[in-house]
Design a protein around this ligand. Structure first.
Ligand SMILES: C[S@@+](CC[C@H](N)C(=O)[O-])C[C@H]1O[C@@H](n2cnc3c(N)ncnc32)[C@H](O)[C@@H]1O
Length: 249
């Protein structure tokens, strides 16, 4: 598993992940609040749990949280953190796994779905989520960015400037394949380090189709964890899916 080509993300970012992305980053604390409401009647499963940035505080709210990740390096980081004992982890591919149990809440946040490299396997993630839901009351929550570089093709995005560190990203989008390549450049202590990631972004409408194929239907959609209405200039999309009991024969 350590040489799995799908683990590029973990191998590239595990060492810097918690430094770059704290719980405060990208409204993580608000995500925990919302997910805690959906998970309160049972266990929760995170697809692409990473270092437990969301899963550990969610488990600290009294919810039994399990997490699947393809990266041994990310899971090692998770297990080394205080509170990790509250989170069950599984080294597995979220597009092809069966934990043999059901959850009130399955969720995938902070673009984890985009890390799965192709449409077929992203669709399979919805099937995995659906088959882990505990009946009609179960919910699948997906959180992702809507890439703003799509129209421009390429862009440079400033990420962080500190007293001794500068971080920015060069982003290139291919709107046909929906592949986005990002080179993050860190200038620190007079040295330069480059981190490359490749993701496949998914449009909300495409995601709804993936959900339909898995027997799920859209229940709610917001531009942020505080709720609200998704508009054409929305930069983020949080979708809540429920089992489509009407469509079930
Ligand atoms: C952007 S990180 C998000 C981590 C975490 N959800 C958070 O909010 O901090 C994406 C995670 O998805 C994992 N991942 C990528 N492809 C995966 C797959 N096919 N199956 C399971 N996990 C995967 C990566 O290893 C990484 O930990």
């Amino acid at each position: 598993m350590a040489t799995d080509p799908d683990d590029d993300y973990g191998r590239t970012f595990a060492n810097v992940y918690d430094d770059w992305y704290s719980l405060d980053f990208d409204d993580g604390a608000a995500a925990v609040e919302v997910l805690a409401r959906y998970g309160r009647d049972g266990d929760a499963l995170e697809l692409g749990v990473g270092t437990g940035r969301i899963a550990i505080p969610l488990a600290a709210r009294g919810i039994s949280v399990h997490g699947v990740d393809i990266s041994p390096d990310m899971l090692r980081r998770l297990r080394a953190k205080p509170g990790a004992e509250l989170v069950g982890t599984e080294l597995a591919d979220m597009s092809d796994c069966d934990l043999g149990r059901r959850f009130a809440l399955v969720y995938s946040v902070f673009n984890s779905l985009f890390c799965v490299p192709d449409q077929q396997r992203q669709t399979a993630c919805f099937a995995v989520a659906a088959c882990h839901l505990a009946g009609p009351a179960g919910r699948f929550v997906v959180d992702h960015q809507i890439p703003d570089a799509v129209n421009s093709g390429s862009c440079v995005r400033h990420v962080h400037t500190g007293p001794d560190r500068l971080r920015f990203s060069l982003v290139h989008c291919d709107p046909v394949s929906q592949i986005m390549e990002r080179q993050t450049v860190v200038v620190e202590n007079g040295g330069i380090t480059r981190y490359r990631s490749v993701i496949r972004y998914v449009w909300p409408s495409e995601m709804d189709l993936m959900a339909t194929a898995a027997g799920l239907t859209l229940e709610d959609r917001w531009p942020g964890w505080q709720g609200g209405t998704v508009r054409p200039d929305t930069q983020r999309c949080i979708s809540v899916y429920r089992p489509d009991t009407q469509g079930t024969p």
